[in-house]
Design a protein around this ligand. Structure first.
Ligand code: SAM
Length: 217
């Protein structure tokens, strides 16, 4: 077992399982994906720590526990089509690629998207399609999605994303102010967009979702 694998197992047991995430598929994928390959070399020793880390361009790779919590909230079985908004380093994307059938991921910063694509290709994540642009519009041509995950904080739930959710599909999104948000799971209950079930998963602090249906800048 290599050094990083030991750190990954500790991360899963102490930071994730101990805090109540019980989805075994999520736990085993997080014990497998090499998070240290998604951070800058200078931060490699901190890759499995219990906190977010900078990835450049004033953005972050999320805390491992938050990645696990958001992933588990989608309740993936392996057959789903998932949209991720905010590719960042590509770490969360790699986790989703292992747990869903197809992943579509949008990042607004081209340099981050290029770095993420490189790592995802190196890990043979060939079921991931990526696009650079404003993800707050979603990816309508590929909709409906069984799950949508937004990895940046929005002022409110964008209706345009609910429209792209399959009936029964789940949207996981941090919403609230620019300093702190609530992590929501919104389940589309019927074709009528007014019939949604909204659950608050926890308080959280994310970088801004910047775009037409997010913050202005
Ligand atoms: N999940 C990522 C990871 O594992 O590294 C972390 C994502 S980081 C917290 C949020 C990302 O959302 C940033 O890379 C940011 O550039 C991106 N972002 C913000 N607004 C966006 C938008 N409208 N469309 C696409 N990406 C956006």
């Amino acid at each position: 077992m290599d050094r990083f694998q030991k750190l990954r197992i500790k991360m899963v047991e102490n930071q994730i399982r101990a805090r109540g995430v019980t989805d075994e598929r999520v736990l085993s994928v997080m014990a497998k994906i090499p998070r240290h390959l998604f951070v800058d070399e200078a931060l490699i020793e901190q890759a499995y720590n219990d906190n977010p880390l900078p990835i450049g361009k004033s953005q972050t790779i999320s805390q491992p526990y938050i990645v696990a919590l958001m992933t588990a909230a989608l309740k993936l079985t392996g057959r789903e089509k998932v949209l991720e908004i905010g590719t960042g380093s590509g770490y969360q994307t790699a986790i989703l690629a292992e747990l869903a059938e197809q992943v579509f991921s949008i990042e607004r910063i081209a340099q981050l998207a290029a770095g993420a694509r490189k790592q995802l290709d190196a890990l043979n994540c060939f079921n991931v399609a990526m696009r650079v642009g404003d993800g707050t519009y979603g990816w309508r041509e590929e909709s409906p999605f069984d799950g949508i995950m937004v990895t940046a904080g929005a002022p409110k739930v964008p209706t345009i994303l609910l429209e792209q959710l399959a009936v029964g599909g789940r949207l996981v999104i941090p919403t609230g102010g620019r300093i702190s948000q609530e992590l929501l799971r919104v389940t589309r209950m019927s074709a009528d967009l007014n019939e949604v079930k909204t659950e608050v998963l926890c308080g959280c602090r994310f970088v801004d979702l910047i775009g037409e249906h997010g913050w202005n800048n």
